[in-house]
Design a binder for this molecule. Structure first.
Ligand code: ADP
Length: 175
């Protein structure tokens, strides 16, 4: 039984996951688990894809590597996929969304290769991550939030913090 919740913050690269997670971690004391960093630091990959400029993730190795930590609770998981994490680990799935013109600008600023940029834009327009979240978790724990502006971000953070406070109240008996 967890005394602190586990939250996934997911969405297409560039939607604002890391920015949201860092602020949430600062404000709430939950730990920001950047899967990107874990994959690199703990070698949970099968090499590097030069065309896409990204690591080829070994999901089994990744899950083995984070299982003991995450099962204790209190993690904000930052990753552009969510279907790999067991349902029993997760209390809330936040899917961030952004307008495609804004996403284009954000990814362009990152110097993404054209093929990667286009694939991510398509993915956002086709709602791939939202669908993945809805297919993988109970619908009542999946929330879709807009991340176009800093005002959006502020209200998202507030909403998630309120949710965390309620979760803790409702699960106070777990200790
Ligand atoms: P991700 O982790 O999803 O790839 P980041 O958090 O790295 O996305 O954000 C990508 C860029 O977009 C950063 O420069 C960040 O400052 C900006 N950004 C993210 N969310 C917002 C937002 N809601 N309003 C304005 N800028 C944002």
């Amino acid at each position: 039984m967890r005394t602190q919740p586990n939250i996934i913050v997911t969405g297409t690269p560039g939607v604002g996951k890391t920015t949201h997670c860092e602020t949430l971690a600062q404000n709430t004391g939950l730990k920001h688990l950047s899967i990107n960093d874990i994959v690199k630091e703990r070698g949970c990959h099968d090499g590097y894809d030069e065309e896409f400029k990204s690591w080829i993730v070994d999901e089994d190795k990744l899950l083995d590597s984070i299982e003991d930590e995450v099962k204790q609770g209190g993690y904000i998981i930052d990753w552009h996929a969510c279907d790999l994490f067991p349902k029993s680990w997760i209390d809330l799935v936040v899917v961030l969304r952004v307008d495609s013109t804004l996403l284009y600008d954000r990814l362009k600023a990152r110097d993404y290769p054209e093929v990667k940029l286009q694939e991510n834009l398509d993915s956002e327009i086709m709602e791939v991550l939202l669908q993945e979240a809805r297919d993988s978790y109970d619908e009542e724990i999946v929330v879709e939030l807009t991340s176009n502006t800093s005002d959006d971000m502020e209200s998202n953070i507030e909403r998630i913090e309120t949710w965390i406070a309620h979760w803790k109240e409702n699960n106070a008996g777990n200790a």
